[in-house]
Design a protein around this ligand. Structure first.
Ligand SMILES: [Zn+2]
Length: 323
């Protein structure tokens, strides 16, 4: 019986994912979400219902439009599948509850923002505002049902009781914006450019409102870790393609040296203080060289794709939802 409901949740999520694709697509084209029936973006042919079955239609049509044979973007089945899996996971963890409904709506907003960010490097403020408002309501009523303390105020002689989760949510909203704006602006002194766009501050603020300040800190740290996993190999590949072997070899040298240093430290090689200081100075010098090269490459390369902070934040938020 339980399994049946899980399958329902999954299918429900797939259909929602299909709708989210429409929201993203029409968000960019400015069309109404509800009115015009869906059509092929290439030949504008109206799509039949059997061309619109989540994931399945894409597989049956081998990823091509039935009418003009133009390729259909992988975005469609991927978004549908991810939304389906999110709904399935949330239903499995929380059952059919108010908590599930709030988290499911939040994850729909995560998906929309991530897709907009990855596709066009745009965050629509409205999505972040919706998430922030949803989060404030969620925490005001403590829908997660945490064993949170109550905070009492008595202005004008009236006793007001507020869930602590709501205070954390307000603090998270403010901290998210301030922390991300700070992080984005620090490199501005060095390179004259923001490290990432304002959209990421909107996302962090909204996530702070939804998950509260303590969880926001975890999300921020986790997102940096996730980014380095994804971004570093991409950055190395980019250097390789641009034939910037000087910086590439310096970075690899730095990487190898850090590992050797750690191993040496662990094995107790640094018994002589002179050798230790020599190693540290060497490490710092190579590190500084890399930093200088990276900053100058950011200065000259106007087309440098900056760290995709938004999707990493949203991915970290999904992880937090499930742990
Ligand atoms: Zn077509």
């Amino acid at each position: 019986m339980e399994l049946i409901f899980c399958i329902y949740a999954f299918i429900f999520g797939l259909c929602f994912g299909s709708f989210l694709n429409v929201v993203v697509l029409r968000g960019f084209s400015g069309e109404s979400i509800v009115l015009p029936p869906s059509k092929c973006p290439h030949c504008k042919h109206k799509l039949a219902w059997y061309d619109n079955i989540p994931v399945l239609s894409f597989l049956l049509l081998l990823g091509k439009c039935r009418y003009c044979k133009a390729k259909i973007s992988f975005q469609y089945p991927v978004v549908e599948l991810i939304t389906g899996l999110l709904f399935l996971g949330l239903f499995y963890k929380f059952g059919l509850s108010l908590n599930f409904i709030f988290l499911a709506i939040a994850s729909c907003l995560f998906v929309i923002m991530a897709v907009c960010d990855i596709r066009e490097k745009v965050i629509f403020e409205i999505h972040a505002y919706l998430l922030a408002i949803l989060g404030l309501v969620y925490n005001f009523f403590n829908i997660a049902g945490e064993n949170a303390a109550k905070v009492h105020f008595s202005p004008f002689g009236h006793m007001i009781t507020i869930n602590q989760t709501f205070i954390y949510a307000v603090l998270g909203l403010i901290a998210g914006v301030i922390i991300m704006e700070g992080l984005a602006r620090i490199p501005k002194f060095l390179t004259g450019k923001r490290a990432f766009g304002e959209g990421d501050s909107y996302i962090a603020g909204a996530l702070g409102a939804f998950f509260g300040l303590p969880n926001l800190i975890v999300i921020l740290i986790l997102s940096v870790l996730l980014q380095s996993l994804i971004v570093l190999p991409m950055y190395f590949y980019k250097l390789f393609k641009a034939k910037d072997f000087k910086l590439l070899s310096a970075l690899i040298l730095l990487f190898v040296m850090v590992i050797l240093f750690k191993i040496g430290d662990y094995a107790g090689v640094f018994e002589s203080t002179g050798f230790y200081i020599f190693s540290v100075v060497l490490l710092v010098l190579i590190g500084l060289y890399c930093c200088r090269k990276i900053f100058s490459s950011i200065k000259t390369d106007t087309n440098l794709t900056y760290l995709p902070f938004g999707p990493a934040l949203l991915l970290a938020a999904v992880v937090i939802m499930f742990v």
